[in-house]
Ligand binder design. Structure first.
Ligand code: HEC
Length: 153
């Protein structure tokens, strides 16, 4: 089972358990908030400025991807490689593991992700450096995602 699957499963179990009880004023606990205090959206898409899912067009926007590559080379390459883990995990195929919104929230809000998101806390065991905040704009974060769709070593 994938890590995401496990998280979803424990969220479901928690919901099922919570549904058995009632809170003091008689409303059944509805399980909207899993144990770690994250909403279901935050579990899947990360915590940060993006509170709605960012969707990608079918076709890669090459111009945007090139913009993203520039930002990536300046701000990410010191710690990330595409195919191998380095200071941080390899980012090739990241979009098979994480949603675009998750990646963008990680770029823009890395310390809160490290403090509160269970997936990033798990990564911290293998990569003990906390990814720094680098003042990347929403547009730049979106461009990096476009680049990561096609990035190859
Ligand atoms: C100083 C080193 C450093 C820099 C610079 C850095 N990162 Fe990271 N990044 C890390 C580390 C270490 C982790 C693992 C989680 C943690 O420790 O916070 C990580 C985690 C991530 C993750 C989550 C990976 C996963 O498997 O979920 C993404 C996505 C990411 N970084 C993207 C970027 C992007 C894009 C940039 C450039 C804007 C960047 N990082 C810049 C060190 C860095």
């Amino acid at each position: 089972m994938t890590r995401f699957g496990k998280v979803m499963l424990s969220a479901l179990l928690f919901t099922a358990l919570a549904a058995c009880g009632e809170d003091p004023d008689g409303r059944p606990a509805n399980g909207d908030e899993p144990e770690n205090g994250l909403t279901a959206f935050e579990e899947e898409h990360g915590i940060g400025p993006f509170t709605e899912e960012v969707t990608l067009d079918d076709e890669v926007d090459q111009e945007l991807a090139m913009e993203g590559q520039n930002v990536y080379e300046l701000n990410c390459e010191a710690c990330h490689m595409i195919d191998e883990s380095f200071v941080g995990p390899a980012l090739g195929g990241i979009l098979d593991r994480r949603t675009p919104t998750f990646v963008m929230n990680m770029i823009m809000n890395p310390s809160e992700m490290a403090n509160r998101h269970p997936e990033i806390q798990e990564l911290l065991r293998d990569y003990p450096v906390i990814m720094p905040y680098q003042n990347i704009s929403e547009e730049q974060a979106r461009a990096i995602v476009e680049y990561l769709r096609i990035a190859q070593e």
